[in-house]
Design a binder for this molecule. Structure first.
Ligand SMILES: [Zn+2]
Length: 411
């Protein structure tokens, strides 16, 4: 066996080949895998996510395999009871990442959570496998091209990425009229591996610019800002991002060790003067549901421990359930996380230890009207997740946010 290290975009990525024909690489944006072994004769590939500075087990992988046309291979992740595959198995692309389908495209649950078999077609020489449908800067560039040059759409830079090698994008949709009363802010990828957040963000932008009644209201009454990649280096380098050492981007709102977190905090304070803030931080949850965590296969959000904020979040939740009815992906609020229970308790403990997350920090601002975090299941998300479905859910979410804000303006 041989290992080849290839320098890529300033980081080391790995190509791994056994002595035969099968080889695996992850030397592209978002790529990540640790190849533990390829047994060509038996047709068994043993893999693990490359954790890097993530200090807990996690599940992000994204690799391309060549040299197995016509064969059936067995892919094996560590046998340690952790979840390495989402509920529908891996996402698979046969065209270099342009289009994706789930191993269980019909929506049936894949078992086990740490292994899958795959039969390559007779001419299928190169196939990409990932834990989720990937989304990196090139996807954002391809999406946002349609809005470049459109009046009222401004492509800006929030700050340099943590390494200084890249820009952290900031999209602005400034209010069309003087005297905006609202600042709507959306962030994604505080956790680098959480790719379902970005199609949702695309849908939110699309709805605002669609000419719909909700879109027109927001353009006349609010400044809108979007940060698609809070952990830009992590997204491009294919890091897990979650549970980074010493803490990840969404535990950084008190200490501020990350450029992008400091820049978002400054922006929200500076640009919300005289305005009320609506803030939504977009995430993906754990990789599959269990009896005690059915929310992982849904779109879900969190209650607030502040009674005043909880009333507003309750309105938003009801509005979103209404606007998403009949969609390919449906939010119904059934599995939202109650305040002071489960994951909320973990967050409270973290906060006491000085590790505040984005929504808690924004909620503490005196002019915050609504701050929430929304999570979007990797492969099941109130329906079989697709990028189109994510966009539709984002459009429906924006309508719900506008209706919630407008209800605050009614006498
Ligand atoms: Zn997250």
């Amino acid at each position: 066996m041989k290992n080849v290290q290839i320098a890529f975009a300033g980081v080391l990525a790995m190509t791994f080949a056994a002595s035969g024909e099968i080889s695996i690489r992850s030397d592209y944006p978002g790529g990540n895998v640790k190849v533990c072994g390829i047994d060509e004769a038996a047709g068994v590939v043993t893999l693990a996510p490359d954790l890097r500075d993530t200090k807990t087990k996690w599940f992000h992988f994204d690799f391309t395999l060549t040299g197995a046309a016509g064969r059936t291979l067995r892919f094996r992740f560590p046998q340690d009871r952790f979840d390495y595959l989402s509920s529908l198995g891996p996402a698979i692309s046969k065209d270099g990442g342009k289009t994706w389908r789930w191993l269980n495209a019909d929506g049936t649950r894949h078992e086990p959570n740490n292994a899958f078999d795959y039969t390559f077609g007779p001419d299928e020489n190169e196939t990409r496998f990932a834990v989720s449908i990937p989304y990196s800067q090139k996807n954002w560039d391809a999406y946002s091209a349609k809005w470049r040059g459109v009046p009222g759409v401004k492509f800006d830079v929030l700050c340099k990425s943590q390494s200084g090698r890249r820009d952290t994008e900031l999209l602005r949709l400034p209010c069309r009229r003087d005297g905006a009363r609202w600042l709507f802010a959306f962030t994604a990828r505080h956790h680098a591996c959480e790719t379902t957040a970005n199609p949702v963000m695309e849908g939110i932008v699309d709805e605002i610019l669609s000419g719909s009644p909700d879109g027109e209201w927001i353009r006349d009454n609010a400044d809108c800002v979007f940060v698609p990649f809070m952990d830009k280096d992590g997204v491009e380098d294919g890091d897990q991002g979650k549970n980074r050492h010493p803490h990840d981007h969404n535990r950084d709102y008190l200490s501020g060790i990350y450029n992008s977190v400091r820049a978002v905090k400054e922006l929200l304070v500076r640009e919300s003067n005289g305005r009320q803030i609506v803030f939504v931080d977009l995430h993906s949850p754990h990789v599959r549901s269990h009896a005690r965590s059915p929310e992982q296969d849904c779109a879900f959000t969190f209650e607030s421990s502040s009674p005043v904020h909880n009333i507003r979040i309750g309105k938003f939740r009801r509005n979103w359930a209404e606007t998403s009815k009949g969609g390919a992906l449906v939010y119904d609020g059934t599995h939202d996380i109650p305040a002071n229970k489960g994951h909320a308790v973990t967050l409270k403990k973290a906060r006491k230890a000085g590790l505040m997350n984005s929504r808690h920090w924004v909620e503490s601002l005196p002019n915050c009207y609504l701050a929430t975090c929304c999570e979007f299941g990797y492969s099941l998300c109130g329906g079989v997740f697709s990028q189109d479905g994510g966009r539709e859910l984002g459009r429906n979410m924006l309508k719900a946010l506008v209706r919630t804000a407008r209800s605050a303006e009614k006498p």
